[in-house]
Write a protein that binds this ligand. Structure first.
Ligand code: GDP
Length: 525
């Protein structure tokens, strides 16, 4: 007999979409919501985002640029399951949050543009998924356009991303000659119809004479091609998929509503429900009765009337009920969570209850940090919610030198939210700001002015990357600190960091100091 918590957990599927900008993530998100009945028409996801935040001033900036700084969580039902889709900002709003969100999901959907294949952003996001061996499903999009040969695309995914591919559907033609997909497991053909609201004709069996009727000589070609595909590609294997080693692949055209329901059906069938999670002391199973969860994102000013922040918490076990008292383990305090929100597709809603896999939005005034664990009393600390080494750097220049203290406080607090990181070199008084996405620099200038009344600007700085420095041998570490001091800094939390001016410099330094660990991620505590 399973408990209500176990039952609810087994029905949850929490995932995110990874893709390079323009591969079709937004279009797919809209179609998922559309097919699940959460929205009435496509096109509303983007516009809703901008309307909702129109009154907030730094959201104004996002409106001007036609993009969204905020990333949200969408919950929708599919068949008997409840799906949580965590948005991963991808355009200029790309940030460290995008990476960290991937540590809060149980699976990911990789979207590939059939004309472009594997692109640079996808490679990076895939690396992050690898940290937890997250199971990956693949959707190859835009089959209504001339793209690359499917076999070539699978080959590229396998070689560049180092993951096996198991086609579940196979495209029949492409571009103007796109006829539909063949489902390798169900042995049926789904005919393509552009912009169809309902599923098109389904033809059972590859031997069905209806195919000859429709396709003529092409039907025989298709039969031969499928035989080749079956012979040459991996068969789907659930265990390998769950281990993050094999990706089931689907083809379609999101814009044309095609291939999406097949994808969703397989997604709820194969993607894992909430998984167990490591803490510093023990593994927490999702079906445990007591509540636990961790914060993976902090977002400010969602409601411009209040200058508060929302901490996004992923529920790992137990059940949340409104008004519940939770224990914030880092500071050892009990807090009553009365006004948490959940994220349905249509609107933010007051959360009455939430289960493993769900996301809660908790209001706070800066007392919650990325990586914080909340429990029903047990002293736990979830691991695997890292900070990621920034990829872009700027030197901060203060316009009014008398405001140095306020500037520091602002930069420090903003970096606790996790979208930027502050580095203070050991050898000088520079303030170096690092981020994963370029827009974060503008957001910081805006917020420093609005919230801390400090005006600042940026200067270019020659930094390739930052690496957190670890070494058990105290003497070696001291020696390193002396010799490399001009490249060392402390991050916002006081951790020693190596600031590498170039890639070559980093490689050489790592070679020269084999006992020192140069890490590209840092754990919360
Ligand atoms: P995102 O940047 O990954 O969110 O991509 P979008 O969903 O905004 O899509 C980028 C562009 O590709 C838009 O112009 C879409 O209309 C277009 N697009 C999305 N899906 C398809 C498709 O199936 N076929 C074609 N031809 N275009 C598509």
């Amino acid at each position: 007999m399973s408990s209500p918590v176990q039952k609810a957990a087994s029905k949850r599927r929490t995932f995110a979409i990874i893709s390079h900008p323009d591969a079709g993530k937004t279009t797919i998100t809209e179609k998922l919501l559309y097919f699940s009945g959460m929205i009435q028409s496509a096109g509303s996801v983007k516009s809703r985002k901008t309307d909702k935040h129109a009154t907030s001033d730094w959201m104004e900036m996002e409106k001007e640029r036609g993009i969204s700084v905020t990333s949200s969580v969408m919950q929708f039902p599919w068949r008997d399951e409840i799906v949580n889709l965590l948005d991963t900002p991808g355009h200029a709003d790309f940030s460290e949050d995008t990476y960290r969100t991937l540590t809060a999901v149980d699976s990911a959907l990789m979207v590939i543009d059939s004309a472009k294949g594997v692109e640079e952003r996808t490679i990076k996001l895939m690396e992050v998924c690898r940290l937890r061996d997250t199971p990956i499903l693949t959707f190859i999009n835009k089959l209504d356009r001339e793209g690359r040969e499917p076999v070539e695309l699978l080959d590229e995914i396998e070689t560049i991303l180092n993951i096996g591919c198991a086609p579940i559907t196979w495209p029949i033609g492409m571009g103007k000659g796109f006829k539909g997909i063949y489902h390798l497991l169900d042995d049926n053909v789904h005919l393509f119809e552009a912009h169809a609201k309902e599923a098109g004709e389904v033809i059972e069996g590859l031997d069905n004479p209806r195919l000859d009727e429709l396709f003529g000589g092409l039907a025989e070609d298709l039969r031969m091609e499928i035989e080749l595909v079956r012979g040459a590609s991996n068969e789907f294997d659930l265990e390998l998929f769950l281990a993050g080693e094999l990706s089931p692949v689907f083809f379609g055209s999101a814009m044309n509503n095609f291939g999406i329901t097949e994808l969703l059906d397989s997604f709820v069938k194969y993607a894992p429900p909430p998984q167990s999670r490591e803490t510093k002391t023990r593994v927490v199973e999702s079906g445990e009765e007591n509540f636990s969860g961790f914060v993976f994102k902090i977002q400010a000013n969602m409601d411009p009337k209040h200058r508060d922040r929302i901490a996004f918490l992923r529920v790992c076990s137990g059940k949340y009920t409104k008004g519940m008292k939770l224990h914030q383990t880092r500071i050892g305090k009990d807090v009553t969570i009365a006004n948490a929100v959940t994220f349905m597709a249509a609107e933010r809603e007051q959360a009455e209850e939430a289960y493993p896999g769900d996301i809660l939005g908790m209001h706070n005034h800066g007392t919650i940090q990325i990586g914080d664990t909340f429990t029903q009393g047990e002293d736990l600390q979830f691991t695997g919610i890292p900070y990621f080494a920034p990829e872009l750097f700027r030197r901060v220049r203060l316009k009014d030198p008398l405001k140095n203290k306020a500037l520091l406080k602002g930069l420090q607090q903003l970096s606790e939210e996790g979208a930027t990181q502050l580095f203070r070199p050991l050898d000088n008084n520079d303030l170096i700001l690092g981020a994963v996405g370029v827009l974060q620099f503008d957001v910081v200038v805006h917020r420093l002015k609005g919230e801390y009344n400090v005006e600042c600007a940026y200067e270019a700085v020659q930094v390739y990357t930052a690496r957190w420095v670890y070494c058990d041998d105290v003497r070696k570490l001291e020696e390193f600190k002396k010799k490399a001091s001009q490249n060392l800094a402390l991050d916002g939390a006081g951790n020693l960091t190596y600031i590498a001016p170039t890639r070559v410099n980093l490689d050489l330094t790592m070679e020269r100091w084999p006992d020192i660990d140069f890490r590209s991620t840092r754990e919360h505590l």
